[in-house]
Ligand binder design. Structure first.
Ligand code: ASP
Length: 355
């Protein structure tokens, strides 16, 4: 597929970094349409009208807009593969990538990209906005300009952030550790179980010990297969046998992210444990992720989780649900042996969990 790209006439000097900004849609790219009296995506080639500050940037900037701007609630694994392919195809030409994306599913996209782009050694910074760029009080301008600054930031010719991250409202978060936590205020994203990669005020303070090491010796490997035969099963007091049975017996199901209580606890009813065991014995992989955003799963810490490891349930430690479900899609996309998938689920692959 060939994409339409256009260059912004920035004040870049010789040897300045080059950034490719990929526009996918979301609230950020919207303006108020007087005729329809609603928010509509604007022609991204008009970006300079809304963010004239871009002309003052000191690096090269090229924009690629996907053929159709989408609300990120409509994002699909095929879009994640498309984004990863665009990054791979342009990897040698650009020093860094910024992805403009709706906030609703940004944490899923960031997680998926972190798995699909193995051995990534350049910045891929996702950002978006809570208010459209065409609104005077918008947060889009600051998020966009700072995400670009962070993407282009280098020390001695090396990128400072050689990984997938989300920049939003003064904080840079590891992409596969972030969660959308707020739908009205500007502080939409947080990462409870991993420190911020940078905090932005008058200066940008990078948290170097927590940023993925730069490894240019490893070459980028693209994974382009995601398996969608997975489900999220959120437990709640009162969930009944029929519901659990039917979910675990969905035709073709390969993996379940089971959102459990607290430190990974579940009901201990015999029917429930029998359903989990039967599913595990049928080859379905069950990944235990906590409903709490902070803290981790400790299978066996309470009596209410002590049988899970014996059944074969895999502990998700401190992984987010967004990273867990995309990790499962990625692993089932590359492995057929479910024991291998279980083994790999338990290991951090690209900083998505701490064990
Ligand atoms: N529904 C929008 C989206 O995720 C919300 C946003 O961009 O903030 O695309």
């Amino acid at each position: 597929m060939t994409y339409k790209t256009f260059k912004i006439n920035t004040s870049s000097k010789d040897k300045a970094a080059s950034v490719l900004m990929i526009y996918t849609g979301g609230t950020l790219g919207m303006v108020y349409d007087n005729r329809s009296k609603s928010l509509v995506p604007f022609d991204f080639e008009q970006i300079l009208v809304n963010v004239p500050e871009m002309e003052r940037l000191s690096f090269e900037l090229t924009i690629l807009a996907l053929p159709e701007a989408i609300d990120s609630s409509n994002i699909k694994p095929t879009h994640w593969v498309e984004l990863a392919q665009i990054i791979r195809d342009n990897f040698t030409e650009y020093d860094a990538f910024v992805v403009l994306h709706g906030t609703d599913t940004m944490a899923y996209t960031a997680s998926a990209l972190s798995f699909l782009l193995e051995n990534l050694s350049k910045p891929v910074i996702l950002t978006g906005a809570q208010l459209p760029i065409g609104i005077a009080r918008t947060d889009a301008r600051e998020n966009l300009i700072t995400a670009l600054e962070i993407a282009s930031a280098q020390i001695d010719g090396r990128p400072i952030i050689p990984e997938v991250a989300i920049y939003f409202n003064s904080f840079l978060l590891r992409g596969n550790r972030a969660k959308k936590k707020e739908s009205s205020q500007f502080n939409a994203f947080r990462s409870e179980n991993y420190p911020n990669l940078a905090e932005v005020g008058v200066t940008i303070e990078y948290n170097h010990p927590y940023i993925k090491p730069f490894r240019p010796d490893l070459s980028l490997a693209l994974h382009d297969n995601l398996d969608e035969n997975v489900v999220i099963l959120k437990l709640f007091p009162g969930i009944n046998e029929k519901i659990v049975h039917n979910i675990l017996n969905i035709e073709g199901l390969k993996g379940v992210v089971m959102e459990t209580f607290g430190a990974g606890n579940t009901m201990t009813d015999e029917w429930f444990l029998n359903e989990l065991k039967a599913a595990n014995d049928r080859g379905i992989v069950i990944f235990n992720v906590s409903q709490c955003d902070g803290g981790k799963v400790l299978q066996g810490h309470y009596q209410t989780s002590s049988k899970l490891s014996k059944i074969g349930v895999v502990s998700g430690s401190d992984i987010t649900t967004e990273a867990a479900i995309t990790k499962m899609m990625y692993l089932f996309g590359r492995e057929t042996n479910h024991e291998k998938v279980k083994f790999l689920l338990e290991q951090p692959i690209c900083g998505e969990m701490t064990v």
